[in-house]
Ligand binder design. Structure first.
Ligand code: ZN
Length: 99
C-alpha cells in the first residue's frame, strides 16, 4: 500500500491531510460537531471527548486510537509524496540525478 500511496501522492492536487475524518464512513456526508446522532458510550461523554455525528444516518464519531493510527499513516503518505515529488523534480532539473 505504501508504494501505491507514493505513486498517488505524485499526482498534483492530492492532499492526504485535507480534512481527514470529516465525512461519514457509511454515507459520505459531512459530519457535524457535537452529539445529535446515535448515543455515544458513557465513557466518551464522561471524558468530554469531542464528538461528531452524521446528519443523514446519525452515526456517532469520536477520535480514538484508531484515528491517531490512521492520521500517522496519512502523515506518512504525505511525507512519501513530498519526497517523491522532490526526487522527481531533481531528476528533471539535474537530468542524471538518481534518488
Ligand atoms: Zn452517515
Amino acid at each position: 500500500m505504501s508504494a501505491w500511496a507514493g505513486e498517488l501522492a505524485l499526482i498534483p492536487g492530492v492532499d492526504w491531510l485535507l480534512n481527514p475524518f470529516s465525512r461519514c464512513l457509511l454515507c459520505n456526508r459531512i459530519l457535524f460537531s457535537g452529539q445529535g446522532g446515535l448515543a455515544v458510550p458513557e465513557w466518551i461523554v464522561a471524558q468530554c471527548i469531542e464528538t461528531w455525528h452524521c446528519p443523514d444516518c446519525r452515526r456517532a464519531y469520536w477520535h480514538g486510537s484508531h484515528v491517531r493510527r490512521m492520521l500517522a499513516q496519512l502523515q506518512s503518505f504525505a511525507k512519501q509524496g513530498e519526497q517523491a515529488r522532490a526526487c522527481s523534480g531533481q531528476q528533471q532539473d539535474a537530468g542524471n540525478v538518481v534518488c
